[in-house]
Write a protein that binds this ligand. Sequence first.
Ligand code: DGJ
Length: 742
Amino acid sequence: MSSRQAGHTERCGSVSVEIGVDGRHFKLDTAKSTYALAVTEEGYLGHAYYGSSVRHLNYDQLLRLDEYPQEPRLLLREQSRFLNVFPFEFPASGLGDQRRCALELEDAQGYPGCDLRYQDFELIRGKPALEGLPSSYASEDGALTLIILLEDPHLKARVSLYYSLFDGEEVIVRSACLENLGNTPLQLSALISASLDLEPAAYQVLSLDGSWGRERQLNLRPLGSGCLEIDSRRGISSHEHNPFIALLAPGASQHQGEVYALALCYSGNHLQRAELTEHGRVRLQAGINPATFGWTLQPGSSFCAPEAFLTYSATGLDGMTHAYHDFMRSHLLPEPFARSHRPVLANTWEAFYFNFNEDSLLKFARQAAQLGWELVVVDDGWFGERHNDESSLGDWQVNPGKFPAGLGAFARKLQDLGLSVGLWFEPEMISPNSNLYRAHPDWALQLPGRPISQCRSQYVLDLSNPAVLEYCRHSLCAVLDTAPIAYLKWDMNRSLDCAGSLYLPAGRQRELMHRYVLGVYSLLSYLRERYPRLLIEGCSGGGGRFDAGMLRYCPQIWCSDDMDVLERLYIQEGTALVYPLSTISCHVGAAQCSCTGRNWPLDLRFLSALLGGFGYELNLGALSPGELESIKGQLKLHRALESLLLCGDYHRLLSVRENGERDAWCVVSKDRREALAVLIQIKAKPNTRSLRLRLIGLDPALDYEIEGQEGCLGGDELMHCGLPLDTLGAGAQGRLWVLHAR
Ligand code: DGJ
């Protein structure tokens, strides 16, 4: 279906799009929110409203068309002032809007400025995909997409704004595409995916920031005058700043109040910003980072910005989290994996590093099989002459010294033990000490005349070069086609420095950062299509590329190299705020954490790893018989809880980040009949009274049995009075409750 009919409301389950009778007013409704746009008499597209559901709107008032400098109206309007206050839906720079703009464009002579006026709209059923970029998806019956066309006749440029609404979801997917309709090239220096001009309020800005070993920590601060930016310039979404931003209205917190959020579906250099303007309004934006971007748009060609996932919650961060989790599980993750069983994996990295051969791996595998693990991941060191991290990236041929009969024979031996095999790759990299580099030194990113800076003794491949992509495709498939590999860990261990391409012409170097990401996506989508059942786990030196873009191809992403229980509580709280639990790869590590040197008991390491895709990464030889028995029990428990963890609603109960002592969360099934709750106490104050843990999301009218306990407790009692924590001592310890409605 495609319609241009004005005065019409199109519905799709819980969502609808209403087109005004004049074809110039647009009201988009989800079950809980309304998003509204209107076109002024001159053709400017304004953002009228976003918030809780409203039946009727006074657009002119919301756009402040009756206020100075819009009044007296139309011809007497003073253009420059008007352009600097009007709540543009997609602001373009250069003519008078002095705030941060979504579009920056120059003509062939280099003159800036763009004047976008409304042309038309189109309403279609379903959700179109963006070419070359990760896209959310839906069936024709599952979504509505409104496309609004704006044009600058002088530049002969057209912008199409996309808004997709999904039945049953609270996320609106936005993106923008620019077309050059003229005969001369246009220079694009910014095309932001979504811009939102919000009503004045004293917002707080929330972002997920950190570094290696402490990724995605919650960072909340007031928005003062000026512009607050969160970005990456490293070529990956980065450990430092996740492509996500939220604004919390006054009074908003975990479980109450208004929250506006944008998560960008992009894995390269991104920018999120919130600008408190001189007139008190707030402009919120997310998109490709203009600081490292430029694009020559040839006549007849177009450029699309990645998707941004927009959501509004009137129930605090909890509502935002549910909106993102539900949406990503149903409309982003690769379908075969979204809600289905993931193998419990045994990763060899911290058990062996580079120090293994087929015999030691088989010994490890035999123990793994006895414990009930399902997949052995050979993490690094299996190829070329890779005996440490100083060589061989790019030489993806199995090392015959380590696997004398080849990978296929090794994989079959594991299959005989009931195990599948996973392999580590770092496809985007090239070691200076590799056959690949000796044959193709021009394939590394570099700045002519300068030495290439090394990081972990490696360079980055130029993925803007089609010949390089062809090599990557070919060399990966050569391995995947010769052995039954069930899982691939896609690692990426450095920033894109010395980011020059010998392939791209001189005037096009600013296209490199984006072209590189398009190269990553083209490889990943090729693999997804060719091996639909291959489980690809994303990784970037831990969690340096944990973003919605990667999740379109990788159903799970390694969350952090840091497996310290306390550090993981911080990292996982931030990660689970946006991303579904099934996507957060968590391992039970060794007793002594290699990142912090701190020791943690096995049961706490298990409880902390429950919040995500589950596995183990430790030396089995170092475990006592008692610990091995406990691991068998953990696996049984995990198996029983897995579908609840994959499909249920996650609620944060306590945050150690806030209280310094304990962390707790629960997951409740969609029908509210099953639930689990986890509490991890790091320490407690002596000589205090016992605490109670109040659960969230249960059915108050149901009674619940708690495994291992006599009798039943009401859902209302569990949520309002809470579970007793009286036998917990003052030291580090944890608890798991499993609840079933009677
Ligand atoms: C960095 C990853 O984060 C680790 O898990 C491991 O895969 C190493 N790379 C291997 O080199």
